[in-house]
Structure formats: structure tokens, C-alpha cells
Ligand binder design. Sequence first.
Ligand SMILES: Nc1ncnc2c1ncn2[C@@H]1O[C@H](COP(=O)(O)OP(=O)(O)OP(=O)(O)O)[C@@H](O)[C@H]1O
Ligand SMILES: [Mg+2]
Length: 266
Amino acid sequence: MQAIQARCDGEPFYLAQGDEIEIFAQCHRQGLPVMLKGPTGCGKTRFVEHMAWRLGRPMVSVACHDDLTASDLLGRFLIRGDETVWQDGPVTQAVRRGAILYLDEVVEARPDTTVVIHPLSDHRRVLSLDKTGEVIDAAPGFQLVISYNPSYQHALKDLKPSTRQRFVALEFDFPDSGREIEIVAVEGGVERACAVALVTLAGRIRPLRDRGLAEAPSTRVLVAAARLIAAGIPERKACEVAIAGPLTDDPTLIAAVRDLIAGHFH
Ligand SMILES: Nc1ncnc2c1ncn2[C@@H]1O[C@H](COP(=O)(O)OP(=O)(O)OP(=O)(O)O)[C@@H](O)[C@H]1O
Ligand SMILES: [Mg+2]
């Protein structure tokens, strides 16, 4: 189980796409849970890291998957010598510490784990630990944030509509080209001209979705290509390994992407 707990000292770089920073901050003040929808690599995790830093809260992040059990999230009894001790899981820790709890790809989790979410998204903001009988009020500053990629799942099928409707939904997408150029330049450590070329290339590859490309190249893959270029890998090679390769295994599509790369980087 992956749980990352971090209190960021430096500001995580996040370039806003609209008014999401204000809306999130207001939700935090009002104790409203937030759901982030959007394709892979478009800045959802970075946004939450940035908001945790801005709001001065610790962030507890859990990558959900189908093996995750309620005990993984809430905690379990462990045997230590001849004693049995309770150990909090990441959700319980977050509730006690007043952290921002980020459940990434929440629909990947099994239905019994999503049951955990219901009382936390409620206005009472409580967590019941059946195994210990404890009922914990979320500490001030606690905020539940979930994310999912609507193109993988058509709906948050495991969440009841009554739960869904307690969330405020923020929709994410790839930034416009001006913003994406800035992100690629800053994050990738490349000159602006190189960032422009990468973003222009992405703009040509993204329409291939209509020809069978499952996912469009994200800002993340552009940043990865930029980092390789900044480290001295030739531009074309960097784009092939960081952009074309991860996108698809389909030979026709790979060839089409390679042609586009060759057209942009000689
Ligand atoms: N608005 C942004 N500001 C700063 N960096 C960004 C932004 N959008 C994307 N990035 C860059 O893209 C990378 C990927 O973003 P991030 O990890 O937040 O994606 P994600 O939406 O959480 O993807 P996934 O759904 O796969 O988890 C970041 O590490 C960062 O370099
Ligand atoms: Mg993420």
C-alpha cells in the first residue's frame, strides 16, 4: 500500500488553469470535500500538493487499487511481542492530524473501501473504527479530496449519488498552449523555444485520439521529454522514448507519432 505523507517546505510549482485555487481554498474553509476529474498527467496531484502547501496542512496521499482493503486505509491490530497494538492507517492519521487526504484513482478501490468515504464526506466529518469502537471527529483542517479519470470509468459507480453530491467537482484538462509552454519550460528546465516545439508537437499528436490513440500525450510526458533534452539527450530521441513509446503499442500509430516528431525536430 502506498501512502505518502509530506509537509512540503518549498512551494510546489502549480500554474493555475482558472479559479481552481480560490474554489479549493473556499471548500477547505467550509469543510467541503472535493473531487478532481481529469485525464492522466494534467496536474491533479500537483494541484493538491500546491494547495496543501498554501493552506499549511500536511497531505496524506493514497494511490487506490483493487487490492486495497478498508483495513489498509483505516488501520489494523498488530502483534508486538505479547501485546496487540492498534496502528492507524493513512485515512485515520489524516483525520486525526487535520490533513488533506488525497485518494487518488478512488474508483480503483474495492466497494468496501469506498464505504469509508461516506461518513467523511458527510457534514459530521466523522470516522468510525469498527475494530476499536472509536468514533473520531475530523480535526480542523481535515479535507477529503478524491480524483479519478472519467475516460477510464464512466461514473464513480461505487459512490452513491448521495455521497457524490456532497463533493464539489473540479474539472481538469490539459492547459492551454501558453500555460503548457510555461509549465514545460519550468518543470523540464528547457529554453522557451524547446518548450514551444514540444507543446506544438503535442497539439499535433492529440487529435490522433480520433484515430485510436487511447490517451492523448499529457503535460507529464512533455515534461519528461523536456527533462531528457535538458540532460543532453537529442531532441528526437527524447521525444520518441518519452512521448511516442509510452502512448501506444500500435505500430501504425507509433509510426504516425514518429513522423510528427521528425517533422518538429530535425
Ligand atoms: N498546472 C500545472 N502546473 C505545474 N505543473 C504541472 C501542471 N500540470 C501538469 N504539470 C506537470 O505535469 C506533471 C504531472 O502532473 P500530475 O502528476 O499532477 O498529474 P495527474 O493529473 O495527477 O495525473 P494522474 O491522473 O496520472 O495521477 C507534474 O509533475 C508537473 O510536472
Ligand atoms: Mg496523480
